[in-house]
Design a protein around this ligand. Structure first.
Ligand code: PRX
Length: 657
């Protein structure tokens, strides 16, 4: 399957209009309506957002300033008092939605559970009371390391309810990675489960938590709250570990939502960058609530009788914004699925769509490519006629995958929203509004109203039509990250100084390459920094290199991405060994396993190549461009005059040592 290349997207001229029937019923019905909204928001962003905040959300107290922008630090809805858990739950209870399904859950071995808004509210209140009972107070951080079960969402909403910022760590991360994040966030309590189901096997989450906390390496953690999911034997440390079901039994279902300041921290979510350890992206309450609420409503064109399914994990931003907060704030029915397509049931996604009559389905290109490989017969054997709208996120989608999705899953009647955004942006930034914006396979199309996105050069000047450049945003937006937890300087350096500020005007640098075509449509090309996107998971090459060099046999390591048919990119590591070690299959395996131990299975290198030396410039910098070409099996092109030792290149080309 072809990769996304500049050539392939320049040739992509197909245009798909939403059907008149879709547009008539849509929230935003035409390109004109979109353009009017966009222009209105551009002319006066503060009034645009303030009107929506007033109309769409409940505030305990109204703000007095819409935006306080001290670049690069923004405060939205200053002095407003709000609680996102209240907006996601309590306000729906007074309406007919009280007994509407809020959360439909399908567990991997076939378990299922549905919680109405009233039931979800009850459990969230109990959970919040248990957190309080265990000493969690407003402002304390809570780590959440969970499988995809309702309690993951319940724990998040309970934290939000009492004002304790959560930090969800994806259940696929290793004990080491979990430990680093708990230390950085100084978490006071960890919520976990005995285990979770993934691909017909149990993921032993509590064991990982025990490892992460062993030898008191995370002294801030005082308690661990454990949900029983899989039922296998685990060890419970007296005094520290508590079963949720024991404490739930005695917990009151009454817990008023704490009025939070708009700018109080809602959560920290760690994400990889090109340098150093993963950074804690900080999101706050009011702006994030509004931004996820509006984007969910307009982009997924939500209606009250929809069943909406986003297949992400709550460990990623997509799960935060588009499984939990955005849909529930809108009073939607959100579906949560524990598993992944697996050998015992490769058609499980289509079964879920058929079983619940899913109307809106949001997944990742890597999943779509896997579905293509598994075969059309699987979706064709199910009734997918309930689907009305499809979405993708996480990486560029190649036009063939887009077309397959459109035809085979969407029956050529469902618009596709290809949504570009990031952990840092809090919500979707560039996307079709499905009833309004005609789509082109592979393009995320146009920016959401209020988002002044552009493609610029490193001076911040817009580049010409179809010229490559850097994806950038020119004005703050309510859902933007506020800082890097504990490191405001890193926030400034990473996002606001690549493009030097001019006359007090700051530009947000996203780290992606992009171009705009003659219709102003954005085509996102992928990362321009040392971040690789493996099956929609974002990983820093440096993190993987650090993991490799922490192995005693490794002297030096350089990690690059190479194009991969299924995963988009795969990890290739070039490794030089310490003198007393020599390459072997056993060592290769051991090194791969070592990376899994250090980071998690998502970072397992697809390929490790042993080398005598790595190609470096005279000043000692590893020439990754060369390694990328080598990894992709391409001819090494471009300037190699700065390469210190040309024989290194020759050896690497021949397959290394
Ligand atoms: O490179 C872009 C890619 O994913 C990166 C953000 O990763 P993360 O923070 O983990 O968030 C993923 C889910 C929002 C971006 O910098 N990316 C995300 N969506 C798209 C995309 N690339 C192209 N097209 C997209 N629709």
């Amino acid at each position: 399957m072809s990769q996304v290349t500049i050539e392939s997207i320049l040739q992509e001229k197909r245009l798909f209009h939403p059907s008149p029937e879709f547009s008539q019923k849509a929230r935003i019905k035409s390109l004109d309506e979109y353009r009017q909204l966009y222009e209105k928001a551009k002319a006066d962003p503060q009034t645009f957002w303030a009107e929506l905040a007033e109309k769409e959300l409940h505030w305990f107290q109204k703000w007095d300033t819409v935006l306080d922008w001290q670049p690069p630090f923004a405060r939205w809805f200053v002095n407003g008092k709000i609680n996102i858990s209240y907006n996601c739950l309590d306000r729906h209870l007074a309406t007919w939605r009280r007994n509407k399904a809020a959360l439909i859950w399908e567990g991997e071995p076939g378990d299922s559970r549905t919680l109405t808004y009233a039931q979800l509210h009850r459990e969230v209140c109990q959970f919040a009371n248990v957190l309080k009972q265990l000493g969690v107070q407003k402002g304390d951080r809570v780590g959440i390391y969970m499988p995809m079960i309702p309690e993951a969402a319940i724990a998040m909403l309970a934290c939000a309810r009492i004002g304790a910022p959560h930090s969800v760590v994806f259940g696929g991360f290793s004990a080491e990675a979990l430990r680093d994040r708990l230390i950085d966030a100084e978490a006071k309590l960890v919520v976990t489960a005995d285990g979770g189901w993934r691909k017909d096997a149990i993921v032993p989450l509590k064991d990982q938590v025990d490892k992460a906390l062993s030898n008191n390496t995370v002294p801030s953690v005082q308690n661990v709250l454990v949900i029983k999911r899989t039922g296998q034997t685990i060890s419970m440390q007296p005094g520290r570990d508590h079963w949720w079901h024991d404490l739930q039994a005695g917990a009151s279902a009454h817990c008023p939502a704490e009025p939070m300041d708009s700018e109080d921290m809602l959560f920290i979510l760690y994400t990889s960058g090109s340098t150093g350890k993963p950074k804690g992206v900080v999101h706050t309450t009011g702006g994030y609530n509004l931004y996820t609420h509006m984007t969910t409503q307009w982009i997924f064109d939500l209606r009250d009788d929809d069943v909406y399914w986003c297949t992400a994990d709550v460990g990623w931003i997509t799960g935060h914004s588009y499984i939990v907060y955005g849909p529930l704030s809108n009073g939607a029915t959100t579906l949560m699925y524990e598993g992944a397509p697996r050998p015992s049931n490769p058609g499980c996604f289509w079964d879920v769509i058929e079983k619940y009559g899913v109307n809106i389905f949001y997944t990742a290109p890597t999943a779509i490519r896997a579905f293509i490989k598994m075969g059309e017969h699987l979706p064709r054997a199910r009734d997918l006629s309930s689907l009305r709208l499809l979405g993708t996120v996480g990486e560029p989608i190649n036009p063939e995958a887009w077309m397959w999705y459109y035809k085979v899953i969407g029956g050529e009647r469902c618009p596709i929203v290809d949504t570009w955004w990031q952990t840092e942006t809090g919500g979707i930034m560039i996307t079709p509004l499905p009833g309004a914006i005609p789509t082109k396979p592979g393009s995320a199309t146009l920016p959401f109203p209020g988002i002044l996105a552009d493609v610029v050069d490193l001076e911040g000047n817009s580049v010409g039509t179809n010229e490559g450049g850097y994806l950038a945003v020119q004005h703050p937006w309510p859902g933007m990250m506020r800082t890097v937890y504990g490191d405001p300087d890193r926030f400034r350096r990473t996002y606001w100084e690549h493009i030097p500020p001019r006359d007090g005007h700051y530009t947000y640098f996203a780290g992606d390459g992009a171009r705009r075509d003659e219709d102003g449509y954005f085509w996102v090309m992928g990362r321009v920094d040392d971040v690789i996107n493996v099956a929609g998971h974002r990983l820093g090459t440096m993190e993987i290199e650090s993991a490799l060099v922490s192995h005693p046999a490794v002297a030096e390591a350089a990690v690059v991405g190479k194009p991969d048919e299924l995963k988009g990119q795969d990890i290739v590591a070039f490794v030089t060994l310490e003198g007393n070690h020599s390459p072997s299959d056993a060592l290769l395996k051991e090194l791969k396993e070592h990376v899994v131990q250090e980071i998690g299975a998502i970072a397992r290198p697809g390929e490790i190549r042993f080398a005598d030396a790595l190609p470096k410039t005279r000043s000692g910098k590893i020439m990754r461009r060369l390694l990328r070409s080598l990894a992709a099996g391409e001819e090494v092109s471009g300037d190699v005059s700065t390469l210190e030792d040309r024989s290194v290149l020759e050896k690497l080309r021949q397959g290394g040592a």
